[in-house]
Design a protein around this ligand. Structure first.
Ligand code: GLY
Length: 283
């Protein structure tokens, strides 16, 4: 089971218990106050889920739901999904982990169900919905649900969109999404995050970033944690500093582009994963 203490706990409020005894000990430790300093009044106990993760995002105008290409995030800091969790070290789209039939089915079961319920409560929703799914052996389960784009998923989804995004947003705002057909590039996109030394732990900022001008047409560079330094040049200003996106006819080609572009950029101590999208190359 997964035991979660209600409220903010600086990352110490969630325990993945491997046995019933460990679950009971965790609950006792939280409720008696030893584990987090003060006794926890409310706990959330959830089933432990295992499996690959997929992010499915959709545009919603209150009635119509239009799913976007499914994408995969890479949350751990290290290659092969090792080390601590981060805000996301890279992503790729589309993923073959969901078929078009899966996407239709999940759209109905998750997004349409959610917006119908919200409309019945007089809180019709329009905007972006994000479902973080885990593909378990008992089928896909929602483990995260947001009303926003995903980061870094959106950096690899939108570059593949051929339909004008502004037209889509206007249609969404005017409840005309049912008139829109989304067109996508047939290829793939891979995004690699360049992170500060030490991230997701403590890190220094203000380190000069070089090579941004050397990225040509092979890559799109999205700034996340940067600012102008003393001499006006870019310096680091966050844990996740840049996302560098490559596109290609195949996932392998998109990876090559992304890493060619990412390797032109550097700052002292920068970290990046070398295996973004690798698990699906050749699948
Ligand atoms: N990539 C995870 C998120 O945006 O929540």
């Amino acid at each position: 089971a997964v035991i979660k203490a209600d409220g903010l706990a600086a990352g110490k409020g969630v325990v993945v218990a491997q046995t019933p005894d460990e679950a009971m000990d965790t609950i006792t430790a939280f409720m008696e106050g030893g584990a987090l300093g003060a006794p926890v009044k409310k706990l959330l106990i959830e089933e432990y889920l295992e499996g690959p993760e997929v992010s499915l995002l959709a545009l919603v105008d209150g009635e119509t739901v239009v799913p976007l290409l499914p994408a995969c995030d890479h949350k751990r800091i290290g290659d092969g999904d090792t080390g601590p969790n981060t805000g996301g070290m890279g992503a790729y789209a589309p993923t073959n982990r969901l078929s078009p039939a899966d996407i239709r089915d999940l759209t109905k079961r998750i997004f349409v169900a959610a917006i119908k319920r919200m409309a019945r409560k007089d809180a019709a929703f329009s905007g972006i919905l994000y479902a973080g799914l885990m593909l378990t052996k008992h089928g896909p389960k929602v483990i995260e649900f947001n009303c926003r784009f995903g980061d870094p998923e959106v950096q690899v989804i939108l570059p593949l969109l051929r339909t004008d995004l502004l037209d889509l947003f206007v249609a969404l705002n005017e409840r005309r999404l049912h008139e829109q057909t989304l067109e996508w590039d047939p290829g793939a996109a891979v995004g690699v995050v360049l992170a500060s030394e030490g991230y997701p732990g403590p890190y220094e900022t203000g380190r000069p970033i070089s090579g941004l001008d050397a990225v040509g047409d092979e890559g799109l560079v999205f700034h996340a944690g940067t600012r102008a330094g003393g001499d006006g040049g870019p310096v680091t200003a966050g844990g996740r500093v840049l996302t560098v996106v490559g596109r290609g006819a195949t996932l392998a080609a998109a990876r090559d582009q992304a890493y060619a572009a990412a390797d032109r950029i550097s700052f002292p101590g920068h970290q990046l994963r070398r295996d973004i999208g690798l698990v699906e190359v050749g699948e």
